[in-house]
Design a protein around this ligand. Structure first.
Ligand code: 5AD
Length: 376
């Protein structure tokens, strides 16, 4: 009987915060979670097909004007050498991507608003289009910019943009960012709206398991994605980075020290298992409430557990983003700890086997635009 009530809830979709919270808490491997994933998979099959799209990630630059309390490449972190890839390097990587039969690129970078940066990105977009005869669909993930800059990049040939809102809880947002104009919640939301009005396929998302974050916050985050009619989603567990203020404030979830203070704060932290399990439940719920969007099984899932990305795919994700940044730069692009250090070739082999295990087909040489965007 209980099972029936619960199945009805899943089948009706999740419209309330309370229903979503219930699903987010389904224990790993439980009957409820299996039913949730089964339903998410049926919807995936019907609305986006049993396909997985690959996006080749290029970490263009780790120079960042922001100072987010959770992020390893925040401007105050002097630990890393700062780099910006020369355009030749971007083209070289792009050729490698094409050779791997992938035609979708994500150019990600620390945020900068200088004219020089804006111009460089514009030039890269134009050169990639020219050099490879428009074979690539390019996605940018270069932070908050003005409407005019977004328009310029759109005109230069970029049609997709990723900008996470990190958390829809404004109080929590203010806790994990410095309190200044560069880190304004209102501006972040405005930027997401600007992207939509320029005409981009808009990607967004948030972190799961931030200190003091609640299940209800996460349910709100999912409803926020729906309210903003987002086309592509990347959401993943928050993972501590030791050289960040958020770590200093709350420590890691597996801290060994038993100091009273650490103990107190530790209670505000989510265990890594809980973050991972909540993240995969969130993917399944999102597939059910926003049927035809693209959902990434993010790298942060694999940072917790080597099976993480496969579990994300099992729950209803349909996008994977193998990292194509060359080894020499990669070690300076650590947003969080435990970021998997896997050679690109090995990563592709692994993705292949994960998809096979889940009966999903990798679509090579396909742009894989968001059906949600196309159906709009
Ligand atoms: N843990 C998980 N994700 C992180 N990001 C940044 N720092 C961390 C962290 N410590 C994510 C943010 C950002 C994206 C590029 O990386 O959500 O938007």
């Amino acid at each position: 009987m209980e099972q029936e009530i619960f199945t009805t809830k899943i089948n009706n979709g999740f419209s309330s915060n309370a229903d979503i919270v219930e699903a987010l808490k389904f224990p790993f491997g439980s009957q409820e979670q299996n039913a949730l994933f089964k339903h998410a998979n049926a919807i995936r099959k019907k609305c986006v097909g049993n396909n997985v799209y690959l996006r080749a990630l290029i970490e263009y630059s780790n120079v960042c004007q922001k100072d987010c309390y959770y992020c390893g490449i925040r401007s105050s972190n002097k630990e890393y050498d700062r780099y910006t890839l020369p355009i030749e390097e971007v083209l070289k990587i792009s050729q490698k991507v094409l050779d791997a039969n992938i035609t979708s690129l994500v150019i990600q970078s620390g945020e900068r608003s200088s004219n020089e940066f804006v111009k460089n990105i514009e030039e890269i977009l134009i050169t990639i289009a020219k050099t490879f005869n428009n074979k690539f669909r390019v996605t940018l993930s270069c932070g908050e910019q003005t409407f005019e800059v977004y328009k310029r990049w759109f005109k230069a040939g970029c049609q997709r943009y990723l900008l996470r809102f990190e958390t829809s809880n404004e109080n929590l947002y203010n806790k994990i960012h410095p309190n200044n104009n560069l880190h304004s919640y209102a501006h972040r939301l405005k930027a997401i709206k600007d992207l939509r009005s320029v005409g981009f396929q808009v990607g967004s998302g948030f972190m799961i398991g931030l200190p003091t974050q609640t299940y209800s916050d996460i349910a709100d985050d999912l409803l926020f994605l729906k309210k903003y009619n987002i086309d592509m989603v990347g959401m993943g567990p928050y993972i501590e980075h030791q050289k960040t203020p958020l770590y200093d404030m709350y420590g890691g979830c597996e801290m060994e020290e038993l100091a009273e203070l650490a103990e107190k704060f530790r209670k505000k932290n989510w265990s890594l298992e809980k973050r991972l399990n909540t993240a995969i439940n969130a993917i399944a719920v999102l597939r059910i409430i926003m049927k035809d969007i693209n959902i990434a099984s993010t790298t942060a899932l694999s940072a917790i557990n080597s099976e993480g990305r496969r579990l994300g795919l099992l729950a209803g994700a349909n996008v994977v983003m193998p990292n194509f940044t060359s080894e020499q730069y990669r070690e300076n692009y650590f947003l969080y700890q435990n970021k998997p250090k896997i050679y690109t070739e090995d990563a592709l082999t692994r993705i292949n086997s994960e998809c096979k295990q889940n009966n999903l087909n990798i679509k090579y040489n396909t742009w894989g635009d968001s059906n949600h965007f196309l159906n709009r």
